[in-house]
Write a protein that binds this ligand. Structure first.
Ligand SMILES: Nc1ncnc2c1ncn2[C@@H]1O[C@H](COP(=O)(O)OP(=O)(O)OP(=O)(O)O)[C@@H](O)[C@H]1O
Ligand SMILES: [Mg+2]
Length: 302
């Protein structure tokens, strides 16, 4: 049996981190995913993309989803958004079944999805106008959201004039302008360089702190998941099933310096152990074919 003194302090009941999770679970359930399954019919036969996915997220929670490539993360988030229909199970948002896209769910994708022919302000106004807001109301609201993401000065700029990080900030403002209950993000910072990505993570936490929004965020980057999330849903592949839903014991407010903390490193080690389960074949198990040598054998680089 484990000696109680061996248990790290952040896993004991008296710890403030434990209390944070107790409080979190007393909040209202916003998203309730029940026994969700998805099968695709393909020329090669049926692909089971998701099977028996079950989890809940609480109000103002930040949940990250990680898992090997092809395990069904995008399929899952598209079903949550109502852009794809499930084969089994159901998704409840605020107790109501999701049956199509709706303004209560905002979505931000990895690729840049702004309309290139509209300026920044009009990109943010677009959804509001579609939902019946007058020009004046939509404009006022768009400017407020642009202010929140720090882009007021760029309201009249066009997407091609913006950096990748700025484009994603506009995409976040556009998604939030419709005042969704939940923000669904599919590798939104995946195309950004490391420095911009780190800044965007901090921006996103600032935004999340200041508004009533629950975030579900897909990433391949373990550090990003630990830095952002309250809990991390780990999926396994073939078929995509929940492997574990782990609580991130790193205290908030988060800062990049925490990367070296015991809690951060322990969480990362745990995630690495989960996603590198030896029995599962992943894209990383690619066996390299013999490679023809095209340089002088005496000219070794190693
Ligand atoms: N429209 C479709 N038709 C057929 N199969 C599909 C379709 N969309 C996804 N799939 C399959 O479902 C599985 C899950 O795909 P999905 O894109 O959700 O994975 P992912 O975890 O997001 O991958 P990545 O990390 O590479 O983004 C894959 O095997 C994929 O080939
Ligand atoms: Mg994907």
């Amino acid at each position: 049996m484990q000696n109680p003194t061996d248990i790290p302090s952040y896993l004991t009941q008296s710890d403030p981190v434990r209390e944070r999770f107790e409080r979190l679970k007393q909040r209202k359930v916003i998203l309730d995913v029940q026994q969700l399954g998805k099968r695709f019919a393909t020329a090669q036969g049926e692909v089971v993309a998701l099977k028996g996915i079950d989890f809940k997220t609480y109000r103002r929670e930040f949940v990250c989803i990680i898992g090997p490539s092809g395990c069904g993360k995008s399929t899952l988030i598209r079903i949550l958004a109502g852009l794809e229909t499930q084969s089994e199970g159901q998704v409840l948002l605020d107790g109501e079944a999701v049956s199509g896209p709706c303004r209560d769910r905002g979505m931000v994708f990895q690729g840049y999805t702004l309309f290139p022919w509209l300026n920044v302000k009009r990109n943010v106004m677009f959804g509001l106008r579609m939902n019946g807001a007058s020009y004046g109301q939509a404009e006022q609201s768009a400017l407020q959201w642009l202010d929140l993401v720090g882009l007021s000065k760029f309201a009249d700029a066009y997407p091609h004039q913006l950096s990748g990080g700025m484009k994603q900030r506009v995409a976040i403002a556009r998604a939030l302008a419709n005042q969704p209950r939940i923000l669904l993000m599919d590798e939104p910072f995946g195309a950004l360089d490391a420095q911009t990505r780190a800044k965007m993570q901090s921006y996103l936490l600032e935004i999340w702190k200041n508004i009533d929004i629950t975030i579900v965020f897909i990433t391949h980057d373990l550090d990003e998941a630990i830095f952002l999330a309250d809990r991390i849903l780990v999926l396994k592949a073939h078929p995509g099933e929940v492997q574990e839903l782990i609580e991130v014991p790193v205290p908030r407010p988060r800062s990049p310096a925490q990367v070296t903390s015991a809690e951060f490193r322990a969480t990362k080690a745990r995630l690495e152990a989960l996603i590198h389960t030896p029995s599962e074949a992943t894209d990383e198990d690619i066996v390299l074919p013999p490679i023809t040598r095209l340089t002088d054998v005496s000219d070794n680089v190693e």
